[in-house]
Design a protein around this ligand. Structure first.
Ligand code: PMP
Length: 444
């Protein structure tokens, strides 16, 4: 397996040669909040798969729903007139979840990148339907992550995910991230940062012309960019500016939807109603590749009331509304609601942040601690004063020793990212902190 992994398997977001030189961690089983590697070593998965295994690895109702659906109907297309029962039930369930946010129509995809692409395309089409075909541009945030399709890559705010694929979509503008630890405004005051970015947004709108901008896309809490939690005024300010200029707001909630931040959605956390909401990941607890885009009623009605050819959606995937994915999502959402995982994410998240702050007292390596709910990060530095990012081998050492001590964490640049299942206990939080302590001590 090790040889064939090196010879034949390219890992996403990794250099093939580097992967060939590193013994792979072969994960072959999962139970509760733990994963089990090929050597039988059990580790607590503080990555939660990839921000998505919110209910852990032994979610019997979801497994059962998948088994049953595989027996009934493994696949049928949902193009045009055909549909299937679990999918209709799922769209009803989602409408119930998001009625209070004004999002009762759903469009189904195979994952997060597909969901983002759907939002970008439908945002442009909405303006065309409204007689504003020139509204084609997008505004996004630096450090935002929106998947790997060309539209998503174009709005991504990390140069590493863009540079090799240029030229990307024209007419995309990036505002600074609402990042307290590092920003171009020479302040650590989140409210000042929010206002400063709002001013830049207004300035860009005046420069571009409001009538050329289709949408602002943003994560309510930025995930892959290093868990950047904006000031509470930030997203409402962005909403208000969008409203004033007829710009749609796309909330990319691929990570934040369904409880991760302690609220059911990131937009709700900040009291904002988006026009589009992209979801995926936790919608099936990682048990099936699936995504849903929630569409605001006002946007949906513009499509539904337009009887011309321009009103038809020339967009969709073979696996849009896959019956097994739909059954998995339906069972996941019911279980997610039943276990009230958002409340647990909030409570355990506070314990985790407090523990990480305590680690910061003892480890010079930690420059910054951030998080909301069970979406947390440490930013590692070699010099606290200068905020110099920690070297790659130091970050790797933290991850390796933490793994040896029984906890899987993820690293991204100089960040250690923690996104455990939302069902973890206080004891699991303590276990994560003890293992991290060992990792940080070894990397000193
Ligand atoms: N948007 C956000 C906010 C994400 O975090 C991700 C994945 N990490 C995506 C989009 C892309 O999702 P996927 O990897 O399922 O295509």
């Amino acid at each position: 397996l090790i040889e064939n992994n090196a010879r034949h398997l390219w890992h996403p977001m990794a250099h093939p040669a580097e992967m060939q030189a590193t013994p792979p961690r072969i994960i072959n089983a999962g139970e509760g909040v733990e994963i089990v590697d090929i050597h039988g070593k059990k580790v607590l998965d503080a990555v939660g798969g990839l921000w998505n295994v919110n209910l852990g690895y032994s979610c019997e109702p979801v497994k059962e729903a998948i088994r049953r659906q595989l027996d009934d109907l493994p696949y049928y297309s949902t193009f045009r007139g055909t549909t299937n029962s679990p999918l209709i039930e799922l769209s009803y369930e989602l409408a119930e979840w998001f009625r209070e946010d004004g999002l009762t129509r759903s469009f189904f995809t195979s994952g997060g990148s597909d969901s983002v692409e759907t939002c970008l395309r439908l945002a442009r089409q909405y303006h065309k339907l409204n007689g504003q075909p020139e509204r084609t541009k997008f505004v996004a945030l630096k450090k935002g992550y929106h998947g790997t399709h060309f539209g998503g890559a174009s709005v991504n705010g990390n140069a590493n995910f863009r540079r090799n694929y240029e030229p990307l979509l024209p007419g995309v503008y990036h505002l600074p991230a609402p990042y307290t630890y590092r920003n171009p405004f020479d302040t650590t005051d989140g409210a000042v940062i929010a206002k400063s970015i709002a001013r830049l947004f207004e300035d860009e709108i005046a420069f571009q012309g409001a009538d050329t901008i289709a949408a602002l896309i943003m994560e309510p809490v930025l995930g892959a960019g290093g868990v950047i939690v904006p000031h509470e005024t930030f997203m409402p300010l962005m909403r208000e500016i969008c409203d004033r200029h007829g710009i749609l707001l796309i909330a990319d909630e691929v990570i934040t939807a369904f409880g991760r931040t302690g609220a059911w959605t990131g937009s709700r956390l900040w009291g904002v109603k988006p026009d589009f909401m992209s979801t995926a990941k936790a919608i099936t607890n990682g048990y099936y590749p699936f995504g849903a885009v929630m569409i605001a009623d006002k946007v949906a009605e513009a499509f539904e009331s337009n009887k011309t050819a321009a009103g038809s959606i020339g967009h969709g995937y073979t696996y849009s509304g896959h019956p097994v994915g739909a059954a998995a999502a339906l069972a996941t959402l019911k279980e997610t609601r039943k276990q009230n995982v958002a409340a647990n994410a909030g409570a355990r998240g506070e314990e985790l942040i407090a523990g990480l702050e305590a680690l910061k007292e003892r480890h010079e390596l930690i420059g910054d601690v951030r998080g909301k709910g069970l979406m947390c990060a440490l930013e590692l530095v070699s010099d606290r004063e200068k905020k110099t990012a920690a070297a790659k081998d130091v970050v790797q050492k933290v991850q390796d020793v933490t793994y040896d001590a029984g906890v899987m964490v993820r690293t991204s640049g100089a960040n250690v990212i923690l996104s455990p299942p939302l069902v973890i206990t206080a004891g699991d939080v303590a276990r994560i902190l003890t293992a991290l302590d060992a990792g940080l001590t070894a990397a000193r």
